[in-house]
Design a protein around this ligand. Sequence first.
Ligand SMILES: *Cc1c(COP(=O)(O)O)cnc(C)c1O
Length: 299
Amino acid sequence: MIPINFQKIDIQKIKAEWLDNKEIALDVLRLDKIHPIISGNKSFKLAHYIGDCIEKHKTTIATFGGTWSNHIVATAYASKIAGLQSIGIIRGDRTTALSSTLIAAKTYGMKLFFVSRNEYRNKELTKEKYANDDWYWINEGGYGSLGAKGASEILATISSEKYSHIIAAVGSGTMLAGLTQSITNAQRVIGISSMKGNTNLHEEVKRLIVNIEKRESFDIIDDYHFGGFGKHPKLLIDFMNETYLEHGLPLDIVYTGKTFFAVKNLIEKDFFPKGSQLLIIHSGGLQGNMSLGDNFLTF
Ligand SMILES: *Cc1c(COP(=O)(O)O)cnc(C)c1O
């Protein structure tokens, strides 16, 4: 239903001395390339929610997100494609100039409601206030088992058996749960958290893993948030520019930049055994780089 172009799913092999020195192979699954708007993990994560909404004969998808949210713009687009209306509950006051993310969401027909941070935090109350029987709610960030089910289909798009570790960024943890559900017993999933000190995350991921014997097959590493969610100090920006220059790999400031940085650093610290074959999921999100303005990124 969401037009994923599987021909465009591409694996990029990373060649570098820092890999050869440690006898480690690193590939990147370029989900950022599958679709210009609904790129990365969002097309996988949203597919079953959209299907469920249609099955339940609801007319409108409603969800939550911030000004630069990949989830908001992806939901707006996916809803439009499916012939559904969409509503975005946006955190914070409406600013005079909308972000490019919200402008795009509006272009795809999403109605935006701006709520205070307090109201945003009380999601159940906010839902009650706005709700309508025709609305189908998707959690913030697409968190939930239908999202994980969609993400569990990511690895099936390639031959993934040879990898020892599957590495991905973590926001709500839905993608991580889906990936963990779909690995073999010889594989492990490593999540790099984009948030500072989210202690519930491990439990939240575990809760979504339906396959009980897989519930301990993942780790979440908390050391690479760069100051917190959405924070992007110069060190990160410089690293992203270097990565683009050396490997032609564009990364985003919120998730994949931090993940790639983490992987390089973990390799240098001998976190992965010699001979490991790593696969990083490039989960998309490049539209969020527009929040930086010009003169930061070279791509
Ligand atoms: C949404 C998103 C994530 C986080 O996915 P979760 O399932 O919420 O953990 C990671 N990377 C990118 C680029 C995203 O847009």
